[in-house]
Design a protein around this ligand. Sequence first.
Ligand SMILES: Cc1cc2nc3c(=O)[nH]c(=O)nc-3n(C[C@H](O)[C@H](O)[C@H](O)COP(=O)(O)OP(=O)(O)OC[C@H]3O[C@@H](n4cnc5c(N)ncnc54)[C@H](O)[C@@H]3O)c2cc1C
Length: 414
Amino acid sequence: MIQTTAVVVGAGHAGLAMSRRLTERSIDHVVLERGEVANSWRTQRWPSLRLLTPNWQTRLPGHDYDGDHPDGFMPVAGVVATITRYARLVNAPVCTATTVHTVRATSRGFQIRANDDLLRARAVVLATGACNLPAIPAAAGAVPASITTLSPLAYRGPGQLPDGGVLVIGASATGIQLAAEIHRSGRPVTLAAGEHVRLPRTYRGRDIFWWLQATGLLAERYDQIDDLTRARHLPSPQLTGTRQATMTDLNALAAQGVRIVGRLGRVIDGVAQFSGSLANICALADLKMNRFLNRADEWATASGLDEDLPPPHRFAGTRVDPRSPLELDLTRGEISTVLWATGFRPDHSWLDIPVLDRTGHIRHDGGVVTGAPGLYLLGMPVLRTRASTYIHGADADSEAVADHLRSCLSSRRR
Ligand SMILES: Cc1cc2nc3c(=O)[nH]c(=O)nc-3n(C[C@H](O)[C@H](O)[C@H](O)COP(=O)(O)OP(=O)(O)OC[C@H]3O[C@@H](n4cnc5c(N)ncnc54)[C@H](O)[C@@H]3O)c2cc1C
């Protein structure tokens, strides 16, 4: 039996940030990682992906972006290199190729089974990521067997798809990026759009993430958000990591030739049925975008920046084709692939402690797991602030969680 004070599960950026915080507090620990450092970025992302957050924002405890392109967007290889360098920088005690199979609560802390070893620890930090599995709707079960189906976790490029039309389900960051890429490969693409978040890449000459940060939106705390459950499940914004276009939204995709349809409801007898509420959903996304731009303008005026920035303006509303079909017969041969860009979910199935709610998510208060003293969570959307959804959010989150962990250890000692 190996004994340590704390075990961190997962060597993505969140687990490594936590390792740095524990080291700062002289808390001995190990980081257990089933693959290599930055494993999710090495094995579960498509090669053309670029972060939609600008480089200047990719910072971690004790590390700021120091490259030559602060306003650029990191490719996957850059993210892997950054996280790998960070692991070395903070001298994280990572055990790679070490899969955690169970974590159990004991009278004195936790027992962890990793590979064939047993470890004992007084605290455990779960940093295994929010995007381990694709969130695929039940309708997938009725898609005809002749259709190739895949999720973004398995997607590597259009070349892996059979010839023919592609139906992309979901119009958030992943869906719009993959729809555009597949369309460029010459395949006809239909994109089923449900609720989405529309934002411009730049506004009044500044990146949208500059505005999200400057207006204080990213700093909004989890305990001050009216509908926290909704905030934690908000789709990612329709953004792409490129400066080539201000908008990579439904208007841009439609102009390129992508056919936009409503949210996928059911598949019955091989026929995909789409919601008729596409126009409403788009109007709502436009409204919310404009509300944020109003907030940005008000903030700029209050901060005395109006003279330094180009004047406020608004973007054209989303155009919805009234002839957009409500049904698509998947047995006719027009569609050969369905791509589920319907989001991701964490996998904590190996946790042998009753801390999951009925939707399978861990109950926690800002990363402090409810009903399991000494158990912590990192790397989840809106864990402690809206910034928690992004890499740089781990900076403040790991600090707060490490402070709580340290006081939990001292109170147990007392
Ligand atoms: C498609 C996509 C695009 C994104 N784009 C951006 C972006 O532009 N900007 C941004 O800031 N964020 C982005 N994110 C979000 C964010 O960066 C990820 O959620 C991030 O990877 C989470 O970091 P993490 O360290 O919590 O988890 P991960 O990076 O997923 O790391 C978790 C680690 O835990 C390991 N692990 C899992 N289970 C076990 C186990 N049982 N035993 C041992 N090890 C285990 C995994 O192998 C992995 O290495 C994106 C996410 C996705 C999916």
